[in-house]
Design a protein around this ligand. Structure first.
Ligand code: CUA
Length: 331
């Protein structure tokens, strides 16, 4: 009973206080709901088995304990066909109860949605340590913050540009590995208009734990408006033209600012409208300057070189601030 408070704290940690947009226990789409059902089903079966086994164990301990003054040897049992059949058939039945829904869900979701005209196709490419999202049918691309229409099947092709990563959006379902040279598929759907957290769940290098992304679901109309915006080039005001020049000289060989681009570094089309910077920092001008100055300080091991003079780069603070001004016009 002394352990009761500890157990209570542990239960609390396991249930209540996590981010609700990063929880497989709070599904926000059909795939995640089915996965939660399977988790509960297997958990209940395990609890049932544990209770039955421990009940029999306790009964045998008490019923057949050694009594005072009784030194006789109990009846020896050499084998029992009835018992063997019972303890073979029961596990088979339990496995069937688990296997039937698991296999049926698996085949349901391996239907070839890539042929499905209604599905929205997204190619996910994992990089150390960021995510690229391309919409091949729409001719646009973005990074770190995926946008999807609500109530639609999203058919993902998942690949890696370097090492093994894994793509997981707990609220919507998954996860799936991204392995070099292999194309994996995954189907998710969101029932709600919301922003869900995503994580890389395969140890992939120094900044594995910082490889965060988000998935935002919108109504079909809002999604279409977003797609149109992504297809329209941003207008650069006169105040940001100096920054644009510097950006072209220093950043353009890796970062695209239109919807299609090299894909070596995160596509920055729509960057000004994003909520986070590099998936981990608040989207403020100060953090943008900090990042450009020395990205290794924020996300160790990423491929972007330092541009700040003190960090060995070639841009002074004034130049970096001009680039930041330009970045804020990338709508
Ligand atoms: Cu990418 Cu862990």
């Amino acid at each position: 009973w002394r352990l009761l408070p500890l157990l209570a704290v542990m239960t609390f940690m396991l249930t209540g206080c996590g981010d609700p947009t990063l929880s497989a226990l709070k599904p926000k789409g059909p795939v995640a709901s089915e996965q939660l059902f399977l988790m509960k089903l297997s958990l209940f079966i395990m609890i049932f088995v544990v209770i039955v086994v421990f009940a029999i164990y306790a009964y045998v301990l008490v019923r057949y304990r050694k009594r005072a003054g009784d030194n006789s040897i109990p009846k020896q049992v050499e084998g029992s066909h009835v018992l063997e059949i019972i303890w073979t058939v029961i596990p088979i039945l339990l496995l069937l109860v688990l296997a039937v829904p698991t296999v049926s869900y698996t085949f349901k979701h391996s239907k070839n949605y890539n042929q499905d005209k209604d599905a929205v196709h997204v190619k996910v490419t994992a990089h150390q340590f960021w995510w690229q999202f391309e919409y091949p049918d729409l001719g646009i691309a973005t990074a770190q913050e995926l946008v999807i229409p609500k109530d639609k099947i999203i058919a993902f092709d998942v690949v890696s540009a370097d090492v093994s990563h894994a793509f997981w959006v707990p609220s919507l379902g998954g996860k799936v590995d991204t392995n070099p040279g292999i194309r994996n598929t995954l189907y998710l759907q969101a029932d709600e208009i919301a922003t869900f957290q995503g994580r890389c769940t395969e140890l992939c290098g120094a900044s594995h734990a910082l490889m965060n992304f988000t998935v935002t679901s919108k109504s079909q109309a809002d999604f279409d408006a977003w797609v149109n915006k992504m297809k329209t080039p941003a207008t650069v005001p006169a105040t940001a033209q100096k920054g644009e020049e510097l950006f072209k000289e220093n950043c353009m060989s890796c970062h695209a600012v239109n919807a299609s681009g090299p894909g070596v570094a995160p596509n920055l089309k729509g960057f000004a409208d994003r909520d986070t910077l590099a998936g981990i920092l608040e989207h403020t001008p100060e953090n943008m300057a900090l990042w450009i100055h020395n990205p290794q300080e924020q996300k160790p091991g990423n491929k972007m070189p330092a541009f700040g003079k003190e960090a060995g780069g070639k841009l002074d603070d004034g130049q970096i601030n001009e680039i930041v001004k330009y970045l804020q016009t990338l709508k």
